[in-house]
Design a protein around this ligand. Structure first.
Ligand SMILES: Cc1ncc(COP(=O)(O)O)c(C=O)c1O
Length: 283
């Protein structure tokens, strides 16, 4: 059984609890992070903790401790659950209080940290690519905050699953592709890597940032601009997230993207990302 960190204590998962009046449970009044860890080495821990700090600041929750202390707690949670490739989950909520929309002042935030095996895309998913659907965006207007209020994402994933797809990508009113329920998305258009710019409709994915970095280093042009699936010259799409690195998306709404198989740019960029993860694992 795994061990979870809850508000100052490491506890067996079975007895790791928060109060029923926790505002995370009552109002989804909280934020979260997911960090990957390879053989005890965290990938981009700094950027993940900085994003957590930004998410907390955006909804006016004080950080439960300094970022240095948080990094120690994250490492200690992994040490107690030392999965070879791990996914460490951090959740901060405003805390517990009698249920009222307006929270009392000076609440003590709730902090939960867990470590689990890092889920990976299957070999067949890598070979054939993922299938996805598109949906008109019905989320709120602060998608840049990594909020635990994920009902729209849950509904999107359910709809994707119902249609035998892996992910649903949100479209704005003009048909631009924004991001997925739990992923960012890139297109290859005339050999350039294109992704929606960071704004209130998109989470600033840490893997998105890594892919842009890796592409720049490989001399590949990157454009952050709105784009559509029917743009001339579009040959590939790929999603990014902490649990997927970069993964080809080969079908959209049952139509092939490009040739309907993982394309050369996606294979190259995924390979470079996996190399970086292997190097971290061996460091
Ligand atoms: C809406 C959304 N976009 C993008 C991502 C990818 O973010 P990251 O690369 O930091 O895992 C996530 C991850 O949970 C997400 O929920």
């Amino acid at each position: 059984m795994t061990t979870a960190y809850v508000n100052g204590h490491f506890l067996p998962m079975e007895s790791a609890m928060v109060h029923i009046e926790d505002r995370g449970f009552q109002f989804a009044d909280g934020v979260y992070e997911v960090v990957a860890c390879f053989n005890g080495h965290f990938l981009d821990m700094g950027p993940h903790l900085e994003r957590l700090e930004q998410s907390c600041a955006a909804i006016n929750i004080p950080l439960p401790c300094t970022l240095e202390r948080l990094a120690e707690l994250v490492q200690e949670t992994w040490r107690r659950n030392p999965f070879q490739d791990a996914m460490v989950y951090i959740q901060v909520t405003r805390g517990a209080a009698p249920r009222a929309h307006l929270a009392p002042d000076n609440l003590v935030p709730t902090l939960v940290i867990t470590s689990a095996d890092l889920p990976k895309p299957s070999e067949s998913k890598l070979a054939k690519g993922a299938k996805a659907i598109t949906l008109a965006d019905f989320r709120w207007k602060h998608c840049e905050i990594k909020s635990i209020a994920l009902l729209a994402s849950v509904m999107g994933k359910q709809e994707a699953n119902r249609r035998q797809a892996d992910e649903a990508f949100w479209l704005d009113g003009e048909g631009h592709v924004l991001e997925g329920c739990s992923t960012n998305i890139f297109a290859v258009i005339n050999g350039t890597l294109v992704t929606h710019p960071l704004d209130h409709q998109v989470l600033g994915g840490i893997t998105r940032k890594m892919l842009i970095r890796v592409a720049h280093d490989a001399g590949i042009e990157v454009q952050e601009r709105p784009w559509k699936l029917d743009e001339p010259g579009l040959t590939e799409t790929m999603l990014t997230s902490t649990t997927n690195a970069a993964l080809p998306v080969c079908f959209m709404d049952d139509k092939p993207v490009g040739n309907g198989v993982p394309g050369p740019m996606t294979r190259k960029l995924r390979g470079l990302m996996i190399d970086a993860m292997d190097a971290l694992r061996a460091s």
